[in-house]
Design a protein around this ligand. Structure first.
Ligand SMILES: [Zn+2]
Length: 470
């Protein structure tokens, strides 16, 4: 905005006529913007993988207003919030495509067990006992803190009490695609599938268009926790409300056997038989697809979220990411819940995604660093339907931007920025997080969270949970 000049117009006219220097100054007045972020390098993640040197981003009204070299930005804009860029890399905020945020409160509680044993004998009973609106609020706050700390700016969540999750996410300033877990089991906020589906639809209607950073979605849990008629009903509602669906798909060998025994087909085939993929689908895991199923996913434009840590920890298997990429499937990355990871660190997911495919394929050329960075940024954005707004740094995009410090010992020397970001960087290197043009974290200071209060509430809740399993 130009500075307002409160002078009668005749006087202003006189002043302009009489003072060359004033006219010069007026002409040169710079546009005032919310934030100017500088960076030694800006990794745009645009289609040409452009990396800009000694550049800056002008951020205003939640958007990226301009990107140019520092000299030009300083000639055009002024700000009260300038973020220094010395030894810093700016890049798009990371997109965590699959999580159960509030499960941070169950971090490390029942490690080293099989998926089904872990779910049926530990996680589901604990959730039945403890999960209520308060549990979800505290767990989601802890997760948002951790995600902001590590440079995640958008996440896709599936859990209970979605209104509580959405309120927490709105307050902490992150961007979220939030769903209520829909299952035919009794859950903390539903009696059965019908109840859960109704609850999911009502939540979508409450939150659609409510705030620019929350997208309510549907979260049918999996093919083994809902029957095909119920799954078909979730797609009907998704179509009706123009909503994406997030689902666990082909995660374990158990799911494969279950689907074959129940439907005489593998799970992706069974879902395709009811036109489940007829609409935006965010499929978490996809560890056990057949060749035929990979072709179905490619044909139906299903986005796959790879969760390497969770798949390794639960020994679910190794998702054939390289084969799915070859088939043209969009692949994003996720952490899954902190109970099966056990953190929400997207840098670790990038690193493990690359390493796991290389050693499985016995081919060091698969999943190069830039491909993995795309999975955590542009691909994730396209899968969740926000590719026009986030995932890359271009003029007009929403300002979801992070800065990573590159001056610590493990980043020296620096020959190749994408390589460092994938193979070296960790959460602690993130110094600035901006979402929708709002500064959420800078140099260890959190502007939207009361971290002391969160720690106290987490400790109190953890004591209750620990006492119950003694
Ligand atoms: Zn999951």
């Amino acid at each position: 905005m130009y500075k307002k000049i409160n002078l009668p117009s005749f006087l202003l006219f006189f002043l302009i006529l009489s003072s060359n220097s004033y006219a010069e100054e007026y002409k040169n007045e710079k546009l005032h913007v919310d934030i100017i972020m500088e960076a030694d390098h800006i990794l745009t993640m645009n289609s040409s993988n452009t990396i800009l040197k000694n550049s800056a981003i002008a951020i205003d009204g939640g958007l990226i207003l301009d990107i140019d070299n520092i000299k030009n930005i300083n000639a055009k804009y002024q700000t009260d919030n300038r973020i220094s860029g010395k030894h810093k890399i700016a890049l798009p905020g990371l997109i965590n495509g699959h999580s159960h945020a509030a499960m941070t409160l169950l971090r490390g509680i029942a490690d080293d067990r099989s998926l089904i044993d872990w779910l049926n004998n530990y996680i589901f009973p604990l959730e039945q006992q403890f999960v209520n609106a308060d549990f979800v609020r505290i767990g989601t706050e802890l997760a948002c803190w951790e995600m902001i700390r590590g440079g995640t700016t958008t996440f896709v969540d599936m859990y209970f009490y979605p209104d509580v999750i959405s309120k927490v996410v709105t307050k902490c300033g992150l961007r979220g695609l939030i769903s209520s877990t829909i299952s035919d089991n009794q859950t903390p906020n539903a009696q059965n599938a019908e109840d859960a589906i109704n609850g999911g639809e009502e939540y979508i209607n409450r939150w659609a268009q409510k705030t620019p950073t929350i997208t309510p979605i549907l979260g049918p849990h999996a093919i083994y926790s809902l029957n095909l008629a119920q799954l078909k009903e979730t797609r009907r509602i998704a179509a009706l409300t123009d909503t994406p669906i997030s689902i666990h798909l082909s995660e374990s060998e158990y799911e494969l056997q279950y689907s074959k025994q129940t439907y005489g087909m593998t799970s992706i085939e069974a879902l395709d038989s009811i036109d489940f993929f007829n609409g935006r689908t965010i499929a978490a895991h996809v560890v056990w697809p057949t060749k035929k199923e990979i072709a179905i996913l490619a044909e139906r434009n299903v986005g796959v979220i790879h969760n390497p840590t969770s798949n390794m920890k639960l020994a679910s298997g190794i998702a054939p990411i390289a084969d799915m990429l070859d088939a043209g499937i969009l692949i994003g990355l996720g952490t899954d819940g902190a109970a099966s990871n056990n953190d929400l660190d997207m840098w670790e997911e990038m690193r493990l995604a690359a390493l796991l495919q290389k050693v499985t394929q016995m081919n060091p050329e698969v999943l190069p660093a830039t491909t993995v960075l795309r999975m955590a940024t542009t691909n994730g954005a396209n899968i969740i339907g926000l590719g026009e707004k986030i995932g890359k740094l271009e003029i007009g995009m929403d300002a979801d931007i992070i800065q990573v410090a590159f001056d610590d010992v493990h980043h020296q020397p620096n020959y190749d920025i994408p390589s460092h970001l994938v193979y070296v960087t960790d959460e602690q290197d993130v110094v600035t997080v901006i979402v929708n043009g709002k500064l959420l974290m800078h140099e260890g200071q959190f502007f939207t969270l009361d971290t002391k209060k969160i720690s106290e509430e987490v400790a109190a809740m953890a004591t209750k949970i620990a006492n119950s399993i003694k």
